[in-house]
Design a protein around this ligand. Structure first.
Ligand code: GLY
Length: 401
């Protein structure tokens, strides 16, 4: 009997020590990545401040950091990165920068010529409001009004791109909607909560429902572009713009879908959105081309896999979504996947060395291969979702331990 008791004590001690060292490892992972981000982001912001201008970094081109105007679809990510740096470190210096760079894109609230106002305002002003900037409330509501001007009741969706100029005018589309647009719905949900006007919520739900119906294939992969008829709302075409082929599965599109439906479930509690996010992730996880390091090739059907560029941005978006998904159902499973993706992104093949990579955090993302744009580069949205995922991981692990 005494022997059994002492064996049980030995086993329990191993388990306790094992658990302690694994929670210590988790805390160390987060702390080390926060330290890295502090150093790298400080270099980025110091270079901007030194210029005496308010600049908004997007990527690196020809060896130089490329800065963008407030109207660029990615303009909310850098201010959002500053908010996450504040939240991760508690250092008010980041908050001062966050306010300054957020204020610099205030005019975006009136933008009506593309759908990305949701991304732009939610990542910047949305995070600021969440962290206590009450004055940002009106910006969110105005931006939601601007986005709502793109809603077409006959098709039940908000139009993504205009088709009167640029390369979009060459494709024969009438009303293109891209899967990315799922990411703009969070702004609409928030605007209803802030204003009490349910019309924004209704637009978001209608858009999400049409996306399930028309963007997704039977295997839960999604098309990039669905073109609707403005006359009767029918689907005219199912195409790609940034993927390999119309029938292929563009990696970032799959990630936008998983993230977008996770948000829809959070905001509505409708289980069909949870199921959509979960099944869309199962498509990724069971795909024969999902690589062993969990950072997708730019398209799951790219013809020269494994000799194709990776897209770290798709991995970061997915990791962040999976942390949130883990709070709803099957927590260990989704958090486990998110942790594996994060470990890979934070390892030397993907995480930049301090002072390199234009002072962006992650290497090896892809903007649009069909357009010959931003291939195997850092991107501000890869960094934004990496930090968001780190924050979510930290919050989850603090709760667990
Ligand atoms: N929303 C544009 C992109 O994902 O490239």
């Amino acid at each position: 009997m005494r022997k059994i008791v002492s064996q049980v004590i030995v086993i329990l001690s191993f388990l306790i020590v094992g658990c302690q060292s694994s929670s210590k490892q988790k805390l160390l992972f987060v702390a080390e990545n926060i330290e890295f981000a502090k150093t790298q982001e400080k270099l980025q912001v110091d270079a901007i401040e030194k210029s005496g201008k308010i600049l908004n970094p997007r990527t690196v081109a020809d060896g130089k950091v490329k800065y963008i105007s407030p109207e660029d679809w990615t303009s909310g990510f850098y201010p959002g990165t500053m908010w996450y740096m504040y939240e991760l470190t508690g250092d008010s210096t980041w908050r001062t920068y966050a306010r300054k760079y957020t204020q610099a894109i205030d005019s975006v609230k009136y933008l009506t010529w593309h759908h990305d106002v949701g991304f732009m305002i939610q990542c910047s002003f949305g995070n600021g409001l969440r962290l206590g900037e009450q004055a940002y409330k009106d910006v969110i509501i105005q931006a939601a009004k601007s986005l709502s001007t793109r809603f077409h009741p006959v098709a039940g969706i908000t139009q993504s791109w205009n088709v009167d100029k640029g390369w979009q005018s060459q494709r024969g589309w009438e009303c293109p909607v891209i899967i990315d647009n799922m990411m703009n719905l969070e702004l609409l949900f928030n605007a209803t909560k802030l204003s009490g006007d349910s019309s924004f919520y209704k637009i978001a739900v209608s858009h999400a429902d049409q996306t399930i119906k028309n963007h997704y294939r039977a295997n839960y992969s999604c098309y990039h572009v669905v073109d609707y008829s403005l006359k009767d709302g029918s689907v005219r075409n199912r195409h790609t713009a940034q993927g390999y082929a119309h029938e292929s599965s563009w990696a970032r599109g799959q990630a936008w879908g998983i993230y977008g439906f996770t948000v829809c479930y959070r905001e509505t509690h409708n289980p069909k959105y949870l199921e959509q996010a979960q099944k869309a992730f199962e498509f990724v996880v069971h795909n024969k081309n999902f690589p062993a390091d969990f950072v997708p090739y730019w398209d799951f059907d790219a013809p020269k896999i494994p000799n194709e560029p990776r897209d770290a941005s798709a991995a970061a978006i997915m990791a962040s979504a999976l942390y949130e998904l883990s709070t709803f159902d099957n927590g260990e499973y989704y958090k486990g996947w998110a942790d594996k993706i994060m470990a890979s992104l934070a390892s030397p093949p993907y995480r930049a060395k301090v002072g390199e990579n234009g002072n962006f955090l992650l290497m090896h993302s892809v903007g649009s291969i069909p357009h010959g744009a931003e291939i195997d580069v850092p991107l501000n949205y890869a960094d934004y979702y990496f930090l968001e995922a780190l924050l979510r991981k930290n919050q989850l692990e603090k709760k667990i331990n």
